[in-house]
Design a protein around this ligand. Sequence first.
Ligand code: SF4
Length: 215
Amino acid sequence: MPRVSIDGVAVDVPEGATLLEAARAAGRDVPTLCFDERLAPFGACRVCLVGLEGAPGPVASCTTPCREGAVVDTRDPVARRVAGAVVELVLSELPEPPAAHTELAAVARELGVGAPRWTGEVHGAREDEPPHPYLALRHELCISCGRCVRACDEVQGTFALTATGRGFHANVAAGIDEGFRASACVSCGACADTCPTDAITEVSLLALAAEGDRA
Ligand code: SF4
């Protein structure tokens, strides 16, 4: 059972635990975006960066295993600056600021990121996709975190979703880009439940979410 130091607090963690798990065990709140504890760590977004003594730079805490004696700084200034820049870039590709109730908005608040200094070209809006009876889809809000694809694979076992495109054109598609309704989707809602931006939302929750944002 490795013992690690998280912001000066000694924590014993199970063998194989990640730095993120150790930080959370120590009560430290490390922001994450592509991470969902129900899914295998992905390590794609670089928002969960922390300082690790001896490492040449910040490391992704969600995929870095704890080693005996590791010394971690969850408030490492470089890690926070890079994570903030990542979130700012993500925001710059969206057509609008994230809704207040979303995880993306919460992460931006946590890292002190406001309106992005740049605005990119907005991609992904789909007018051609037939509406889904239970899911509201806004592809232009997709940030390619991969959580919906992994939830459909790992939680639901349906494999209905695919990550598509590259760079600014990265997005998510159902089936062989045939739309959610025609795909193997069984409307379980796992993708909507994990989506951090409202790119996929349950239709029945739209009004509630809007109400919460106004409160
Ligand atoms: S609602 Fe459909 S696409 Fe979403 S996780 Fe469930 S089966 Fe997959």
